[in-house]
Design a protein around this ligand. Structure first.
Ligand SMILES: C[S@@+](CC[C@H](N)C(=O)[O-])C[C@H]1O[C@@H](n2cnc3c(N)ncnc32)[C@H](O)[C@@H]1O
Ligand code: SF4
Ligand code: SF4
Length: 491
C-alpha cells in the first residue's frame, strides 16, 4: 500500500498542468509534529510506501527529518521532485535520511519543450543534472513523464534516455485535467492511449528498467488481452491501496480527484483510511456505466478521477478514456435496442424467459443478459421486475395524500418510507403535498396503518383515496421514439 503526501504547495516551477496548482506556500500547511503524527497513522493503517511529493518537496526545510522519521517507523520513503534542486549536497542528505528512490519529472527529450511546459528556462538541464548527481551518489532514481499530444511521440525516446542515464524506472503519467490543468483539452484520445499502453508493455518486456503507466488503469487489461507480462495486478488503486494527503492535511482518494474526504488534523489518518465512506464505497468495486459490467473491472477498475471529473462528481461511474468500453458498447448497442423494444410487450411467461427471448432474437441467452445488464448499468432501464395484481392476491391498496409543512417533509417521508406496504412516495405542488401508496392485507389493516402513520408523523391531515376502478394503460413507445430515447440517454 502506498500513500502520497503533498508536503508543501510551494514550487519553483509553474507547470501548466499541475494538479496542485502549486506555486506559493499554502496557509496552514501541516507542521513537523503534525507530519509525524500523520506518518504514525500511515504506519498503523498498514501502508508500506510513503511518497514525499509537493509542490516541490525539496523546498520544505524539514523534509530530511520527515523522511528520516518515516524510515524509522519502518516505512519506505520515496521522493517525487522536479529534480531542479537535486544538488550534490541535497542528494547526500536525502540518501542519509533514508530515501529509497527519487522520482524526477522529465516531460521531453527536447529541453525547449520541457522548459516551455514547466514555465522556467533551464529546468530541463537542472533536472538532468539532478539525475546525474543521484547517479554519482548511488541514490536510485527514476524518471516521471506526463503524456500529452505534444510529447506522445517522444515516450519511447524518453524510455531510452532513462536507460541511458542510469534510471531504475520510467513512470508514464496519463494527464488528468484537474487543478491548473482543468479545462485543458490535452487528454490523449482513447485510441492513442491504448496504443501507447501496448507499446509501453512491449517495451517493458525488452528494457532492463521498470516501465510503468500510471493513471491509465486499462494497462492491466491491455496486458491480459495481449498476453504481455506485467508486474502490476491492479489498475486504479484509489481508496483500495492508495490515497493522498494535501499540504493542509486534507485526505483525497487520489491526487486528481478534487474530493476532500477528511483531514488528519481532525481525525487520525488510520481511522479515516479504515472507516471513511468514500473509501468503503471505492472498495466495493461496484461501478456504474460500462465499468460496472466490464469483464476486467476487478483488474482495471477504470480511472475513478476521470469518472469524477466527467460526471460532475460521481467517482463510481465509467472511465471515459477507455477504448474497450467504446468497442464493447458498439457491439452491445444494436442487440440492446432490439431487447428493449421486445421487452416493452412483456417477458415470455416460461420457466426460462431470457432463453426464450434469446431464441426469438437468434442470439445466446448470455448475450441477452449482457445487453440487459448494460441497459441497467447505463441507467436506460431503471428496474426490470414483476408487477403483481395485488387484488387477485387478496390485498387492498390506497393512495394517500398529506399536508406536510415544508421543513418537515424529509422527516415525515422517512417515517412513511419505513413501512413495507409503502411502494413509493412523491412531492406535488399542492396543499396536499406528500403523496404515497399503501398496500395491506385487509381494509381494516389499511385503516389502522393510516391512523398509525398520522400519529407517528404528527400529520393529522392525511386523506385516503382508494382506487374504485382500475385501468391498465400499456405505456409502449413506438419503436422509433424508443430508439431516440435510447440514443439520447447515451449522448
Ligand atoms: C505534482 S508533482 C509534485 C512533485 C514535483 N514537483 C514534480 O513536478 O515532479 C508530481 C507529478 O505529477 C505530475 N502531474 C502534475 N499534474 C498532473 C496532472 N494534472 N495529470 C497528470 N500528472 C500530473 C507532475 O508532472 C509530476 O510528475
Ligand atoms: S508539477 Fe511539480 S514542478 Fe510543476 S508546478 Fe506542479 S508541483 Fe511544481
Ligand atoms: S470499461 Fe472500465 S473496467 Fe473495463 S477496461 Fe475500460 S476502464 Fe477498465
Amino acid at each position: 500500500m502506498l500513500v502520497s503526501w503533498n508536503t508543501t504547495n510551494a514550487c519553483n516551477l509553474k507547470c501548466s498542468h499541475c494538479y496542485r496548482s502549486a506555486g506559493e506556500v499554502a496557509s496552514g500547511e501541516l507542521g513537523f509534529e503534525e507530519g509525524r503524527q500523520f506518518l504514525q497513522g500511515a504506519e498503523r493503517a498498514g501502508f508500506r510506501v510513503i511518497v514525499f511529493s509537493g509542490g516541490e518537496p525539496l523546498l520544505r526545510p524539514d523534509i530530511f527529518e520527515l523522511i528520516a522519521y518515516a524510515k524509522s517507523l519502518g516505512l519506505r520513503p520515496v521522493c517525487g521532485t522536479n529534480g531542479t534542486l537535486l544538488t550534490p549536497v541535497t542528494v547526500t542528505r536525502l540518501k542519509e535520511a533514508g530515501v529509497a528512490v527519487v522520482g524526477i519529472s522529465l516531460d521531453s527529450i527536447d529541453h525547449e519543450k520541457h522548459d516551455h511546459f514547466r514555465g522556467v528556462d533551464g529546468s530541463w538541464q537542472a533536472a538532468l543534472d539532478g539525475a546525474a548527481n543521484c547517479r554519482a551518489a548511488g541514490l536510485p532514481f527514476q524518471l516521471h513523464t506526463t503524456v500529452f499530444p505534444w510529447n506522445y511521440q517522444e515516450i519511447e525516446a524518453l524510455n531510452d534516455l532513462a536507460v541511458g542515464i542510469g534510471a531504475r524506472g520510467h513512470h508514464v503519467f496519463f494527464f488528468v485535467p484537474t487543478g491548473r490543468g482543468r479545462g485543458r483539452e490535452e487528454t490523449i484520445e482513447p485510441r492513442l492511449s491504448e496504443d501507447l499502453l501496448a507499446r509501453l508493455l512491449e517495451r517493458q518486456a525488452r528494457l532492463p528498467i521498470e516501465i510503468k503507466p500510471t493513471c491509465a488503469p486499462q494497462f492491466v487489461r491491455v496486458a491480459r488481452q495481449r498476453r504481455l507480462p506485467s508486474r502490476f495486478q491492479r489498475g486504479c488503486l484509489a481508496g483500495i491501496s492508495y490515497c493522498i494527503i494535501g499540504p493542509q492535511g486534507d485526505v483525497y482518494p487520489c491526487p486528481y480527484m478534487d474530493l476532500k474526504i477528511g483531514n488528519v488534523r481532525q481525525q487520525p489518518f488510520d481511522e479515516i483510511w479504515k472507516h471513511n465512506e468514500v473509501f468503503l464505497k471505492l472498495r466495493t468495486e461496484q461501478y456504474e456505466g460500462y465499468c460496472g459490467i466490464c469483464a476486467y473491472r476487478g483488474l482495471c477498475g477504470g480511472c475513478r478521477a476521470r469518472s469524477y471529473a466527467e460526471t460532475g462528481g460521481n467517482f463510481m461511474g465509467e472511465d471515459p478514456l477507455c477504448l474497450y468500453k467504446d468497442e464493447q458498447e458498439d457491439k452491445i448497442r444494436p442487440l440492446a435496442e432490439q431487447v428493449i423494444i421486445r421487452l416493452q410487450s412483456g417477458l415470455p411467461l416460461v420457466p426460462e424467459p431470457y432463453k426464450a427471448l434469446a431464441g426469438e432474437l437468434g442470439v445466446t441467452q448470455g448475450r441477452v443478459l449482457k445487453a440487459i445488464r448494460w441497459l441497467c448499468a447505463k441507467g436506460i432501464v431503471r428496474r426490470l421486475g414483476a408487477a403483481f395484481d395485488l387484488r387477485s392476491l387478496g390485498y387492498v391498496s390506497t393512495l394517500c395524500a398529506g399536508r406536510v409543512p415544508l421543513d418537515r417533509v424529509e422527516a415525515v417521508a422517512a417515517i412513511i418510507n419505513a413501512y413495507p406496504g409503502v411502494t413509493h412516495n412523491y412531492l406535488r405542488e399542492h396543499d396536499y403535498n406528500l403523496w404515497f401508496t399503501l398496500i395491506a392485507a385487509s381494509e381494516e389493516r389499511l385503516s389502522r396503518l393510516i391512523q398509525e402513520i398520522r400519529q407517528r408523523t404528527g400529520i393529522d391531515d392525511i386523506i385516503s383515496l382508494p382506487a374504485l376502478r382500475t385501468f391498465k394503460i400499456a405505456v409502449n413507445f413506438p419503436d422509433e421514439e424508443l430508439r431516440g430515447v435510447f440514443t439520447g440517454a447515451l449522448d
